[in-house]
Design a protein around this ligand. Structure first.
Ligand code: SF4
Length: 387
């Protein structure tokens, strides 16, 4: 369906994502846009992202945002001085007076009391910690350099300064048993966290884990064990008062990640940094993933964008339904129709019937929701809407 005069307007973005690509080393499973052991590039990166963000300003000034997520890489890998500089850039390039959620990703080995105080001083009000596990053996397999005990203790210290603490946990690591995972879940549940994201380990092409698995050096966890681990997480976090609200996400009441909700609703967002993906006015762009290419292009006065895709309203509606169905509360297809002027029921009627007949979704009027069985097939269900 082409965009035309009768189409709704794309929403004004109120969110931004900034990507800081630096890490101490590259973990074997990581497929993010990351550059390891190149701290010599940080100064150039800060100048480049400043220049990139300057382009967002209009006659009305810098864009006004309500949620900001600074991810990576490891943003807290920057030194104190570099973090000050970065925070000042953010304050100059965005209107952050109405910011309600400012998340910063951090790694346990890089976050010090000084850095925490600095972040809190600039207004960061949510920390997303890359914990992955509290089990030293599993952390070593994942090539993470922090220790489980120290991380549990660190989470208390972080929560004393910035109370809204989210952690990421990985399950189905090579050699991991259900009992191992249960210990991770029990420790996580005992800590002062507001939010958890859990991910089954994936073996991405191009990573050393991919090569090692194909050589037989890394044993994968059985699919049935992986499902049992996922269900154990759901049970454990429900018992701990963390509501399962999206396929991989759990939150205490009032602590759902507003930034991610904006992504999943397709609200639009600014983005900057290597590999960062923006969605503005129906256009999806992705920057060059290589940090050195990103730097060179910006320093030469060229655009950092490597790929552009323009969505029409039908694609936008399909995405809203596909991401929306991953929400545990489900999605109202009538609301999607109101936002996009596209009727998903008319477009995907046969798929909806099949998903319902297969016991993967419930339907009540225009509202659809994954069934208990469908939660395990969320990607398959979502793919039916993407067409
Ligand atoms: S710390 Fe995170 S972003 Fe950095 S290499 Fe490891 S998994 Fe990737």
């Amino acid at each position: 369906m082409p965009n035309d005069a009768t189409s709704p307007d794309w929403p004004e973005p109120r969110s931004a994502y900034l990507h800081v690509p630096f890490c101490r080393h590259r973990c074997g499973y990581c497929n993010f846009s990351v550059i390891a052991d190149r701290d010599d590039l940080v100064a150039r990166f800060l100048s480049a992202i400043d220049r990139e963000l300057a382009l967002l300003a209009t006659d009305h000034g810098p864009p006004r945002i309500e949620t900001l997520f600074v991810g990576g890489g490891t943003p807290t890998h920057l030194t104190i001085d570099q973090l000050h500089q970065f925070m000042r850039i953010i304050g100059r390039r965005f209107d952050i007076g109405g910011l309600v959620e400012w998340s910063m990703e951090a790694n346990p080995e890089d976050i010090s009391d000084d850095k925490l105080a600095l972040l809190a001083g600039y207004g960061v009000n949510r920390i997303s910690l890359g914990v992955q596990s509290f089990n030293d053996r599993k952390l070593a397999i994942l090539e993470r350099s922090h220790r489980g005990d120290a991380t549990a203790e660190l989470i208390h210290r972080v929560a004393d300064v910035i109370a809204n603490v989210s952690i990421d946990l990985i399950f189905a690591a090579p050699g991991e048993s259900l009992a191992d995972w249960q210990r991770d879940l029990q420790i996580a549940s005992s800590l002062p966290i507001t939010h958890v994201s859990t991910y089954a380990l994936t073996f991405e092409k191009g990573t050393t884990f991919w090569t090692r698995r194909n050589r037989g050096d890394l044993l994968t966890v059985d699919e049935s064990d992986e499902i049992a681990m996922y269900d154990l997480g759901r049970q454990q976090f429900a018992d701990a008062g963390l509501q399962h609200y999206e396929i991989s996400s759990f939150a205490k009441p009032g602590f759902r990640c507003r930034h991610n909700l904006a992504y999943w609703r397709g609200d639009g967002w600014y983005a900057a940094g290597p590999g960062a993906a923006a969605f503005l006015g129906g256009k999806r762009t992705m920057n060059h993933r290589s940090t050195t290419t990103y730097l060179k292009r910006i320093e030469q006065g060229d655009s950092a964008i490597a790929e552009t895709e323009t969505l029409d309203w039908e694609q936008a509606a399909r995405e809203q339904a596909g991401f929306g169905v991953r929400m545990i509360d489900g999605v109202d297809l009538d609301q999607v129709r109101q936002a996009t002027a596209v009727d998903i029921v008319a477009l995907c009627g046969r798929e909806l019937d099949q998903l319902e007949a297969g016991g993967l979704i419930h339907r009540r009027a225009s509202h659809i929701q994954l069934t208990a069985r469908g939660v395990h097939f969320a990607d398959t269900v979502a793919a039916e809407f993407f067409g």
